[in-house]
Every structure is written in C-alpha cells, then in structure tokens.
Write a protein that binds this ligand. Structure first.
Ligand SMILES: C[S@@+](CC[C@H](N)C(=O)[O-])C[C@H]1O[C@@H](n2cnc3c(N)ncnc32)[C@H](O)[C@@H]1O
Length: 268
C-alpha cells in the first residue's frame, strides 16, 4: 500500500473522511501544506504519528478542509434570498426548516437566521448548521466573530443581532437559541429532512464530479417539493432537471416534484 493509500485508509476508518471523493490534485496540495505546518517530513511520518495519537488525525482534517467563510458571502445573492426566496417559502410553508450544509464557522447559518428573524419574527423557524470539521463547529457554537467576518452585516442588523465584545462581535441569544450545530459528513451520513431550504455553498468545489452528482441528487431527495437549494457563486448543478431541481434565480434551484419519503432519511 502506498503511503497516501495508508493515510486514506486510516482517515476513513478513524475519522470517516473519504479522501477518494475529493479531487486528488486539491488534496495533495493541501496535504503538502498540512505536513509542513505540522512540522512533519513525510506522509509516512504522519501515518506513524497518527497511529499513536488519534488527535493528529483530527488536526489533519482541520488542515485539509478549507474553512473560509463570512456573513452574507456574496451579498447580492443574499438579497435574492431575502427578497424572493424566503418570502415565497414562508408564505407557502409557514415556519421554515433550514440546513446550512458545510457551514464552517457558522457565519452562513447565522446570516440566514437574521433574515428569518426579519421575515418571520414570531415563527418557529430553525436552522441547522453541519460540518465535518469539529474545530470550526466549536467556533460556530462560540458565535464570536472578527470585524472582517461581519463586514457585510448592516449597522441596523449589528445593532439588533450582534453585541460588541472588545475587538469581536458576538451573536445575540435571540439567534443562537434558534441555530443548532452538529458534526456531519456529507459523503457518508443521512441527510434528514424534509428541508425547506438547503444552503450548500463553496463545499463541493473540492469534490469529484461523481461525488457532486450524488450529493445534488441526495439534496433534491431531502428537500420538500417547492423547497430551494442555494449553491455557491461559482457553482452550478449540472443535470439539475434530472434530479428534479429547476433553476429559478442565479444559484437558486427549486424542487419541482414530490419524491417518495423514506423513514431512513428522517432520523434528525
Ligand atoms: C469554504 S467552507 C464554506 C463555508 C460556507 N458554506 C460559505 O460558503 O461561506 C467549506 C466547508 O466545507 C466543509 N466540508 C468539507 N468536506 C465536507 C464533508 N465531506 N462533509 C461536510 N462538510 C465538509 C469544510 O470543513 C469547510 O468548513
């Protein structure tokens, strides 16, 4: 077995990260960077260390996944979400169930929560943020952000939803009480649902074409008919109609037909 294959095997068995679904050129570049920053000379040395100390693998997952995020990333698309998509969904379904898949530090989940609080102030809406990386989830739960993370949050929204704490901004309990986070691997675990809105943005760029196709089919299956999938500003769902998704606005797809719902998918 090559060193890389040994590492892939270990990662899959111990922390459930499936390297084969990620584009190899991306992974190799990230792996080289991770080794350097962890002070290791080779994949062999990494495998030897990881066999003795499982924390090494968690650190590696953190370094292999790219966690860049901010509030209202691509503000013009969040305007479509605010002005078109959420009012349509709220009118049709009432209290919305929203999933931020690959949520990183939670900025995306709290951004939608701000919009939901505005569009449906008394409703029982909820947001779930999931990510494979425990370190970013800990940041999401801490709900504490730097100035540059909140640069697209308007003064009015800062006043209503954030609290200044020295150099940081903390999300107010009125939002944190409605947003939950949990670790979840999009490549291996059930999707729950049915969801009215799924955001999966800037996550699949590192996945192989096969993994992407499977993922989009599974997103479509776990959406409520009439619900929306919101993807990243550099992404498109190829073959959207084949999985029952119609493009409605740039980077927003609506589920067109009801699909059979199975008990196996509803364990959240
Ligand atoms: C660049 S961030 C995107 C954050 C946010 N969605 C946004 O657009 O600002 C990509 C996130 O995907 C997560 N990720 C990568 N592979 C994943 C997987 N298999 N399952 C769940 N999350 C994954 C990474 O840990 C990372 O936090």
């Amino acid at each position: 077995m090559s060193e890389y294959a040994a590492l892939a095997h270990l990662l899959k068995r111990r922390v459930g990260l499936d390297l084969s679904a990620y584009r190899p050129e991306q992974m190799e570049r990230r792996l080289a960077g991770a080794l350097q920053r962890m002070g290791l000379r080779s994949v062999e040395e990494l495998v030897a260390r990881a066999r003795q100390d499982p924390a090494v693998l968690e650190e590696l997952v953190d370094r292999l996944t790219i966690n860049v995020s901010e509030f209202f990333r691509n503000p013009e698309l969040f305007q479509i979400l605010q002005g078109r998509v959420l009012p349509e969904l709220q009118q049709r379904f009432g209290s919305l169930r929203v999933w931020s898949a690959g949520c990183s530090n939670g900025a995306e989940a709290y951004s939608v929560a701000m919009l939901l609080a505005e569009v449906d102030p008394h409703g029982a809406w909820s947001v779930l943020g999931t990510d494979i990386d425990r370190q970013v989830l800990a940041q999401a739960e801490a709900a504490r952000y730097r100035e540059e993370d909140v640069r697209h949050v308007s003064p009015a929204r800062r006043g209503r939803f954030l609290l200044r704490e020295g150099d940081f901004w903390r999300v107010q309990p009125s939002l944190t009480s409605r947003v939950r986070f949990r670790r979840h691997d999009l490549l291996r675990e059930p999707f729950g649902g049915p969801w009215h809105l799924i955001l999966c943005r800037n996550v699949v760029i590192y996945f192989t074409e096969d993994a992407k196709r499977t993922l989009y089919r599974r997103f479509a299956e776990s959406l409520q008919a009439g619900g929306y999938l919101f993807v990243g500003a550099a992404e498109q769902v190829t073959g959207a109609r084949e999985v029952g998704l119609e493009p409605v606005y740039p980077f927003f797809y609506r589920k067109v037909e009801a699909k059979a719902w199975t008990a196996a998918q509803t364990n959240w």
